[in-house]
Design a protein around this ligand. Structure first.
Ligand code: ATP
Ligand code: MG
Length: 1036
């Protein structure tokens, strides 16, 4: 060992190889297609929410406690009305402008005359978002080039537009009825006929007005060229052929259409938006499987980075375009959902379907019913479950053609696994037509899952980029060779020079392993705890040469500036120290803005190493030539095989790296376990319905009884419950999981429990036991409040109502502070006392009323023992409520974190959990008449908690994946509303906003367009519904 110099030899390797930015996305705004399908209905408030799921530090997954934010249609309505009014003003201004200066925006109110003044864009580029809006400017958007006029095509456009003007979006059924009625009524009574004509006219004018404002502009293309029209004709012809083929599908049919039953345009889009020009052989085989063509359920399992997602996406497109059904795509984390929404928005705009985000506080229940378009719902596990419940409750499950579950092995993952199982069991039971597809890289017992899902299976061990697995023991690197007797095969000795101090500091030689690859390539170091991530990053940077500082210096400066902006002037000192060297850490203690900035910088090569927890282990496509597992533990637990596989699977991602390797660092004592870890078969995935005292079984039974009641069967029989239970994974695995008590006994016990909790009633009749849901039961299942908390919540709300303190938010915040978070909170008594003394007299009185007197907090702060017994749950809950209260007032996560001595990641989780729980409580209260005052109070509070930012940023943050710091940047750059973003030229947007590359700009614009379309068409549905002539209108 060299004890002289604490120096590490760092090999200079050739310039860093990074994938070039993929092809720019070329997207057009969505088009309106008048197929005249189902009639839209007014959005109602659907109350359904799922059990709380927090991230423990051990697992350190993103804080994905998911909720429903009830119905955002009111907000959407207000937004749209505001926009319409604004655009009307704008339109007047535009109308008065000379004809040769058309300035037009995506949602701008457009008269027929003005529409005709649009210039078609150049032929081959008309499909692109970049190009469609290249020449259009929006009122106060940053300047874009002006349009020229092309008379020829204008004529064309005029005709197209006139044709569109004559189309009606009122359902045919009503149209027929209207003309019929008009004749009848006109014949009978002229006055009546006139009145009707008057009504009809009024109706038409209002509909026209709104339609023009919203659909003709938001939904229709701003520019149309001949090429485009032709292309559309080809696409629609291809879709028709495919649809016909689908109808006559048989297992012998081999070819359904030009591209797996889809229009060629889909293939072009996959190339344009993803850079993929040919499918892997396994992907082609899989798409041609008989069971796939026959729409039977399928599970497919391939190694990480095998390209599983694309197959699912093609099947989703087929369902949306050919079968005209909605689809649900379930992904495990909010961040993955947002990434997918942004990635598929371009397809939606081009192929005319909606992409709707169901994650965090986003998502409408029930979803908007659309007549002209189908929807792809991209949801987290919790939201996916709520969505399925709401579709069942509204009798709309049949319209869901396909459910795709990514990372299907999560079925075995605690209460989240139970939620996936409940969702799928309900779909299987309620809709024979809905196809289910599951994919995973780490499924051990496919047979069980196959039986549960009545699915076929496709497995392949294809991995496009070779992954070599190694372990490091002392100074030796061994190759993982499961087939060899010893499992580990000698590969090489680690070559490094460590001083004694360095050896002491880094006994596992992480620095040596990392510096073999960085800065030329990227490296991920998975660490067992959050603190360890920070330490590892700090330690490595201490020993890196100065040369690291000059690499991408400017970009690293930008990153630090952005981090500072996202933290309202504060940057984490560890990040400030390590980022100049190209390093960072990543775990759930960071805010989501910090995580996003770090991920983006790492993806683009500004950073070359991340020390992370398992936050980065699932489904993410990040570059990593080498993945190092710093230890075979995650917190105190030895890694599971599936966790190990997911982590090492981040190395060598297709399209990013050309090879990948993983190194697991082990100590002598771990050798035997490590051998098992790297060579054992994948562990079995078991049902989690019995997890946590059988909470899954209880909530499944409760929701079956509840859903049955809402579907006009007032009661449920015991047989029906047993029938549903027999379709679960738990039933398939009964032998293993119900050793002490049979499933049937468990069902009986659960019914007794639910009855004791006053959630259901059981009565005897001639057909046996009949089960009925109580009001508390309905409120619980609809709001997805945890079964163990429902009676406590009812009591707290009832007590709260007696003396509700409304001159500040504190009391309401206390009532919506999630019970599950209480246990995670240890108050800092000094901070508590300081905040307590700042409360007003009425706030202090309220605190005392909930069981936390000032004297108690004062004594605790003084370090004295308190004899009087105080309910600590109330104390902790009030502490958390104070955190939320301060956050609402100041909106600065960092300063609040410091004041309350909590991590900023925790505070962010608290905020999102509370906004979700607030929505739950709102839906809970809706079921009880006596709780009427809570309705409007909690609706507003949910909104405040969901977007804890200044009001002007809210519309921008509604766009998928736009976080507060980005919203601020966009706002400051002049993009102040959704319409600004939807109309933005991605090139200009990218130039105007620091550190926003073109790919990101394209995605933001596509998502904004999609959201605007969504809002406009939701409003349209409401308008049509409102103006629809009732079918049962009494006749003379
Ligand atoms: N036919 C293809 N040609 C080239 N690249 C492809 C192809 N199919 C998929 N890819 C790319 O491969 C990468 C990995 O694909 P994907 O994310 O679907 O992997 P996965 O199988 O879901 O892995 P994991 O289990 O880790 O989530 C993506 O960047 C994707 O764009
Ligand atoms: Mg995947």
């Amino acid at each position: 060992m060299n004890a002289e110099q604490p120096e590490l030899k760092v090999k200079r390797v050739s310039t860093r190889k990074r994938p070039r930015e993929r092809l720019r996305s070329h997207l057009t705004p969505a088009r309106k297609k008048g197929t005249g399908r189902d009639k839209g209905i007014l959005n109602g408030l659907m109350a359904d929410q799922n059990p709380t799921e927090y991230c423990s530090d051990n697992e350190d997954l993103f804080g994905d406690y998911d909720s429903i934010l009830g119905d955002s249609s009111l907000m959407a309505t207000l937004d749209c009305v505001e926009q319409i009014a604004r655009k009307q003003d704008l339109q007047q201004a535009v109308d008065s402008k000379p004809v040769d200066q058309p300035q037009r925006g995506f949602t701008e109110l457009r008269s027929l005359k003005n529409t005709c003044l649009q210039r078609p864009s150049d032929d081959h580029l008309t499909d692109s978002i970049l190009d469609v809006f290249k020449d259009e400017s929006f009122e106060d958007l940053p300047a874009a080039p002006q349009l020229d006029l092309d008379k020829d095509v204008l004529e064309n456009l005029k005709t197209t537009e006139i044709l569109q003007e004559h189309k009606t979006s009122t359902p045919l059924r009503n149209k027929e009825r209207t003309s019929e009625d008009r004749t009848k009524m006109g014949d009978k009574n002229t006055t009546e006929g006139q009145t009707f004509a008057g009504f009809s006219k009024a109706r038409r004018s209002m509909t026209d007005h709104l339609k023009r404002a919203m659909l003709s502009n938001a939904g229709a293309p701003s520019t149309v060229s001949r090429t485009k029209v032709l292309k559309e004709a080809v696409v629609s012809k291809e879709i028709n052929v495919a649809m016909q083929a689908m109808e006559t599908v048989s297992t012998v049919t081999t070819d359904l259409g030009p591209f797996f039953g889809l229009p060629t345009k889909v293939k072009e889009l996959i190339y344009k938006l993803r850079g993929i020009n040919d499918l892997y052989d396994w992907q082609k085989t899989c798409l041609n499987l008989d069971c796939v063509r026959g729409r039977r359920n399928l599970i497919y399992s391939l190694p990480t980075s095998g390209g599983k997602t694309l197959v699912a996406e093609i099947l989703i497109l087929k369902e949306l375009l050919c079968r005209k059904k909605d689809c649900l795509f379930i992904l495990p984390y909010i961040s993955l959902v947002q990434e997918k929404v942004r990635g598929l928005a371009g397809f939606g705009l081009e192929l005319d379907f909606m992409v709707e985000e169901y994650a965090g506080s986003k998502g409408r229940f029930p979803p908007v019913k659309r007549r002209n378009k189908n929807s792809l719902y991209i949801a987290t596990i919790e939201k996916g479950h709520s969505l399925v419940n709401s579709l069942i409750e509204n009798g709309r499950l049949e319209n869901l053609g396909l459910v795709v579950v990514d990372e299907l092995h999560m079925l075995g993952d605690g209460s989240r696994g139970a939620i996936i199982e409940m969702t799928l069991a309900k779909v299987l039971y309620m809709s024979k037509q809905t196809q289910i597809i599951g994919m995973s890289a780490t499924l051990g017992n496919i047979k069980d899952i196959q039986k549960f899902l009545r699915a076929e299976n496709y497995t392949n061990d294809f991995r496009p980029v070779q992954l070599s697995e190694y372990v490091k023991l002392s100074h030796t690197i061994y190759e993982v060779a499961p087939k060899e007797e010893d499992c580990f095969k000698f590969s090489r000795l680690l070559n490094f020079k460590y001083s004694s101090s360095m050896q002491k500091m880094d006994p596992d030689h992480i620095i040596a392993l990392v510096t073999e690859v960085i800065p030329a390539y990227s490296c991920l170091v998975f660490c067992p705890t959050q603190k360890n991530c920070e330490n590892v990053a700090g330690m490595i940077c201490k020993y890196l040469k100065e040369e690291f500082l000059v690499l991408k210096e400017k970009e690293k400066g930008v990153l630090l500036r952005e981090l500072r902006a996202s933290g309202n002037g504060m940057v984490c000192p560890v990040l400030r120290k390590v980022i100049p060297y190209g390093l960072a850490y990543h775990h759930s203690g960071l805010t989501s803005a910090e995580r996003r900035l770090v991920e983006d910088a790492y993806s683009s090569g500004v950073l070359c190493m991340l020390a992370c927890t398992s936050t980065l282990a699932a489904g993410i496509n990040l570059p990593a030539r080498r993945v190092i597992l710093r230890s075979p533990y995650m917190a105190a637990d030895f890694l599971r095989r599936s966790q190990y596989k997911q982590m090492v699977g981040r190395a060598g991602r297709a399209g990013i790296d050309t090879m990948g390797e993983s190194i697991l660092i082990i100590q002598d004592k771990d050798t035997t376990m490590a051998k098992k870890l790297v060579s054992a078969p994948m562990e079995t995935c078991y049902s989690n319905l019995t997890h946590n005292d059988g909470k899954g079984v209880l909530s499944l039974i409760l929701s079956i009884i509840g859903l049955n009641a809402s579907n006009f069967c007032m009661t449920t029989t015991l047989e029906q419950v047993k029938d549903v239970m027999s379709g679960t994974l738990l039933c398939v695995q009964e032998e293993h999981l119900c050793v002490e008590r049979s499933l049937s006994d468990r069902v009986q016990d659960s019914l007794v429990f639910l009855q004791e909790k006053n959630l259901i009633t059981v009565s005897q009749c001639s057909q046996g036991d009949t089960l009925k849901i109580t009001t508390l039961g309905r409120a619980t299942y609809k709001s997805s409040v945890d079964l163990t908390h429902c009676d406590m919540l009812y009591k707290d709300l009832s007590k709260g109502l007696e003396s509700l303190m409304l001159n500040s938010h504190l009391h309401l915040l206390y009532l919506v502070t999630p019970y599950d978070m209480i246990a995670q909170c240890k108050p800092d008594w000094m901070a508590f006392f300081r905040q307590f003394t700042l409360l007003s007299a009425s706030e202090q009185k309220m605190s005392a009323a909930v069981g936390v007197p000032e004297s108690f907090v004062a004594r605790k702060a003084a370090g004295q023992t308190v004899k009087k017994s105080v309910n600590m749950a109330s104390v902790r809950r009030l502490y958390l409520a104070l955190v939320l209260y301060t956050l609402l007032k100041e909106t600065n996560l960092w300063s609040v974190a410091e004041r309350f001595q909590l991590s900023r990641g925790f505070i962010q989780t608290l905020l999102s959990s509370s906004s979700a729980f607030c929505a739950c409580v709102l839906h809970f209260t809706e079921e009880f008449e006596e709780f009427w005052p809570f309705k409007s109070l909690l609706a507003e509070l949910t909104r405040r908690l969901s977007y804890c930012v200044t009001a002007e940023l809210v519309p921008l943050m509604e766009v998928a994946g736009v976080l507060e710091y980005r919203a601020k940047q966009l706002y400051n750059a002049g993009y102040k509303t959704l319409a600004h973003l939807a109309n933005a030229d991605p090139n200009i947007l990218s130039n105007n906003v620091e550190n926003l590359n073109k790919k990101q700009a394209n995605m933001i614009v596509a998502s904004a367009k999609m959201l605007l379309n969504d809002k406009a068409s939701a409003l349209q549905e409401e308008v049509d519904e409102l103006l629809m002539l009732p079918l049962d209108l009494p006749m003379a």
